[in-house]
Design a protein around this ligand. Structure first.
Ligand SMILES: [Fe+2]
Ligand SMILES: [Fe+2]
Length: 203
């Protein structure tokens, strides 16, 4: 992969297209989760060195850019199609474009690849884990635990915009339990807490 498509460029693009700080943080949170799945999948496939790095980079880019057009083009007719068309014209990797299309239920794009599934699975859960952190008095994601997240998933009044069925479906698509899916994403977001504004200090 050329350096043009490594993390720096998508990170710039996300910031160029997005005014909302919370939407930028959402991109970073989904990136953290999706990338963690890229790391484990690369290991499972026995990839190493440059090959593993390039593989994992696709997960990072898809996470960062899955909603990059949303601020400017939030309608169902436009998001994520406007963004994907833009990325396609620039020659971004096809697996990334496919995953971005597939994260939207209404696009009709099937979730075929592991990347497609990891992105879809991470999207709603990242939002939910952010909400779980922000109700802690410390606003720190380090205090969030899997059991507490599961409990909050049953509380319909909490973060009601987050579709619980997308979280459970995402775990099923990845072939893991909901508990493991929560644990994986929680660990990934905890490692990026400062960048996400969820370390209880910068929040
Ligand atoms: Fe989206
Ligand atoms: Fe999203």
């Amino acid at each position: 992969m050329t350096t043009e498509f490594t993390r720096e460029r998508p990170w710039q693009l996300l910031q160029e297209w997005t005014a909302s700080p919370s939407l930028i943080k959402h991109g970073l949170a989904v990136e953290a989760c999706t990338r963690a799945y890229g790391v484990s999948e690369a290991a499972r496939l026995g990839l190493s060195g440059r090959e593993a790095d390039d593989f994992i980079e696709l997960y990072s880019i898809a996470g960062l850019l899955h909603d990059f057009d949303y601020d400017k083009h939030p309608s169902l007719e436009e998001h994520p199609f406007v963004g994907v068309n833009f990325l396609r014209e620039q020659g971004w990797p096809e697996p990334v474009l496919h995953a971005i299309l597939a994260h939207a239920d209404y696009s009709g794009t099937p979730r075929d690849s592991h990347l497609d599934r990891a992105l879809f699975a991470s999207d709603e859960l990242a939002g939910f884990l952010t909400a779980c952190a922000l109700v802690k008095p410390s606003k720190s994601i380090q205090e969030v635990e899997v059991a507490g997240v599961k409990k909050k998933m049953k509380d319909k009044a909490f973060a009601r915009a987050v579709k619980r069925e997308d979280i459970t479906e995402g775990a099923a698509l990845l072939g893991i339990t909901v508990e493991d899916h929560i644990a994986n994403c929680l660990k990934a977001m905890q490692a990026s807490a400062a960048e996400l504004g969820l370390d209880g200090v910068s929040a």
